[in-house]
Design a protein around this ligand. Sequence first.
Ligand code: 5AD
Ligand code: SF4
Length: 486
Amino acid sequence: MIRRISLNTNMENTENYSEIEEQNRYMELAGKELAELSGMLGRPLKAIVVTFGCQMNARDSEKLRGILKKVGYETTERESDADFVIYNTCTVRENANTHVYGRLGKLVSLKRKNPQLHVALCGCMMQEPEVVAKVRKSYPVVDLIFGTHNLFQFPELLYHVIHDRKRVIEVWEGTDKIVEDLPIERKYSFKSGVNIMFGCNNFCSYCIVPYVRGRERSREPEAILSEIRGLAKDGVREIMLLGQNVNSYGKNLAEPVSFAQLLERVCMIDGIERVRFMTSHPKDLSDELIRVIAEQPKICRHLHLPVQSGSTEILRRMNRKYTREDYMTLIGKIRAAVPDLSLTTDIIVGFPGETEEDFADTLSLVEEVGYDSVFTFIYSKRTGTPAAAMPEQVDDKVVHARFDRLLETVKKGAEEKCARFAGRTMDVLVEEVNKEPGYVTGRISHNLVVHFPGDESMIGTTVPVKLDDCRGFYYFGTPVLPDGKE
Ligand code: 5AD
Ligand code: SF4
C-alpha cells in the first residue's frame, strides 16, 4: 500500500465505520470545490471516461462516471473538450498497454491548452508496479493513479488531486473489501451489467488477471438481488451477471450459494426479462447450471464458454484443468439440454509450444463445436505469468499465418450458424438507433444483432422481428405488427 488518506482519523478503531459514508463526504467536498472552479471559469466542467478491455471494466467505468457526475462534471465524448480525462485500462494483452502510452503522449498538448485539465489512470494496467514506475517517471501529464482494488476510493483521491494540486498515486496490492452503493451512471437505460464476483483463482498460465484483479471474492446474494430489484424498478429489462469465472460464484461465502441457485433467484425478479452472464470456465460448469439454463426462459439462449485451444497438451500447459474430450462432452450435455443455444468462445493462437498438430486440433474443434462466434487472440507474453518463462515461444510469422487460417475457419462456420434463424420471427430488444437513418439495432436472446426499420422511441422495448436477410454475422429484418402483419 502506498498511502492511505482519510477524513475519518479514527478509522481503524471505529466499528461502524462505513467506507461509503466516507466516500460520500469526499464527493460533497469535491463537489463544492468544483462548483467554485466552474463559477470562476464561467462554464461547466466536463469529464470523459475512456474504457479499455472487458465488460468488468465497462461496469467499473459506469461507477467512475457516476462519481464524476455526482461531483458536478458534465459528460463529454471528446478529450479535447474535457477538464478531466480518465483511462480505465486493461493489461490482458501487451498491445492494450502500448495503446495507452500512445494516447497519454497526445494529452500533453491538451493540457497546455487547458491548464484545468486533470488526467487519471486506473484499471488493471495500474496493478503492475513497472507500469506505475514508468508513468511516474515519464508521464508527468498524469495527475492521479489508482488500481482495481481501490476504485471505490476515487472520490477521496479525486478530492486530493483537486484540493492539494498534487499528484496522487494510490495502488493497493490486494483487498478483501467489497464496497457497495457507489453512484453509477449507466450507459443504457434498459440493460445493465451487475458484478457478482471479483478476481480469479484459476491461474491459467498465460493470464495476468489473477495478479491484477486478485483472488476470487463473491458478493453476498442479497446485495446482488437488491441491486437488480433496484435496476428493474429503474426500467432495466436485461442484466448481465459479471465475473471472471461466474461458475465458481458463491463457493467462498460464509453461507455458500451456487451460481445456478443465484440465477434462479435472479430470474424471479419482476421486470427483468433477460438474464445473461459472463464468463464461464468449462471446468466449473455444473449439471445443475445446465438444468437451470434449460428451465428458465429468462436466461438468454447464449453461452460464452472459452476453450482457448483444441489441443489437450496445450490445455495442460495452459493450466486449464480440462481436456479436449472433457470440453466436447460438456458441449454434448449442453446441446442435449438446450438444443438451440448459441455458443461462443475465446481462442488463443501461438501459445508457447503450440505445434502444427496442436493448431490443427484447434481448427477441428472449432468445426466440431459449430460456434456462433469466436473471439480470437494472438498469444501475448505477460511478464510474471508462468507461460512467459516457457522456452518454446512460437515464431511471429507462424503465429500470424495460423491466426489467419483460424479466422477463415471461424468465419465459415459462424456464417452457416447465423443463417439458421433465417425466416423466423424472434423477439429483439432494441438497443440503439442505427447509423443508417430510419433503422434501429437490437439483439435476440441468442445475442445475434438485428437491424430493422424503426425509430428512437423503440429503444429499450422488445419487438418481434422477422429475420429476412442474413448478412454473415447479423440480420436485416421486418418488425411484425401485433396482428401478424409485417
Ligand atoms: N494472450 C492472449 N490472449 C489472452 N487472453 C488472456 N490472456 C491472454 C494472453 N496473455 C484471452 C483469453 C481470455 C480472453 C479474455 O483474453 O482468451 O479468455
Ligand atoms: Fe485468466 Fe483463466 Fe482467470 Fe480467465 S479463468 S481470468 S483466463 S486466469
